[in-house]
Design a protein around this ligand. Structure first.
Ligand code: SF4
Ligand code: F3S
Ligand code: FES
Length: 236
């Protein structure tokens, strides 16, 4: 099938402003958008810049806006888009470094701000075994362990577009992962952080984040659980 692509281009050191470049190619509808980008870079314009690593939906490096919606380019097939004309742009709300590459540092700063690691000052069990947990306790936070930090959620959130200081859904998902871990002792501190001005209350339940997540994490539900925990002072 014949496809027409309109791709966002911007090289801040050379261009006064961004522009779109048009490409055309033949591709099988079962190919992924990432394959097409590789084909363009290999055969038509070697200067096109985008991030990719695993090509299998695991590393989270190729989130981009495809026909107005955030996707991982390696997970979306051309036929899924139901269109012969495809517009590809960088994810919104983060500074463009070049073409489809954005500066992820502010995103990772928000992630780090919620203490996304196990906090437990108790000595390890004397028998040298790991800290044990029941299957039910493990299940409680299973959904939020699936995050691959691709930023598709945070950069589709209107509250984040309005104010980049908002910690954003990805950070809240990763806080949730530890807040509800029965082995962790840092929930109180994380809830304090998320109760601040740029924390969970900036979420207006827009659901864009949940729709954008390539891991199908129930993000809005996780945010609601964190809000409830702050409100009631209890972890359910
Ligand atoms: Fe990506 Fe989903 Fe994690 Fe957000 S919650 S960073 S969309 S994997
Ligand atoms: Fe934004 Fe998701 Fe809340 S899109 S407003 S974080 S439900
Ligand atoms: Fe790794 Fe797409 S390249 S998730």
């Amino acid at each position: 099938m014949h496809y027409k692509l309109k791709i966002f281009r911007f090289h801040p050191e050379q261009d006064a402003r961004p522009h779109y470049q048009h490409f055309e190619l033949d591709a099988d509808p079962t190919e992924r958008v990432l394959d097409v980008l590789e084909q363009i870079r290999g055969e038509q314009d070697g200067t096109l810049a985008f991030r990719r690593s695993c090509a299998h939906g695991v590393c989270g490096s190729d989130a981009m806006r495809i026909n107005g919606r955030n996707y991982l380019a390696c997970k979306v097939l051309l036929r899924d888009l139901n269109a012969a004309e495809i517009t590809i742009e960088p994810i919104l709300g983060l500074r463009v470094v070049k073409d489809l590459i954005v500066d992820m540092e502010p995103f990772f700063d928000h992630y780090k701000s919620v203490l996304p690691y196990l906090i437990n000052d108790d000595p390890l069990p004397a028998d040298g075994r790991e800290r044990l947990q029941s299957p039910e306790d493990r299940e409680r936070f299973d959904d939020t362990t699936k995050c691959i930090l691709c930023a598709a959620c945070t950069t589709s959130c209107p509250s984040f577009w309005a104010n980049g200081e908002y910690v954003g859904p990805a950070a809240i998902v990763n806080a949730h992962r530890f807040i509800y871990d029965s082995r962790d002792q840092g929930a109180e501190k994380r809830l304090e952080i998320l109760n601040e001005q740029m924390g969970v209350w900036r979420c207006r339940t827009a659901f864009n984040c949940t729709e954008a997540c390539p891991r199908e994490i129930k993000i809005t539900q996780a945010i609601a659980e964190v809000k409830r925990a702050i409100h009631t002072g209890k972890l359910e």
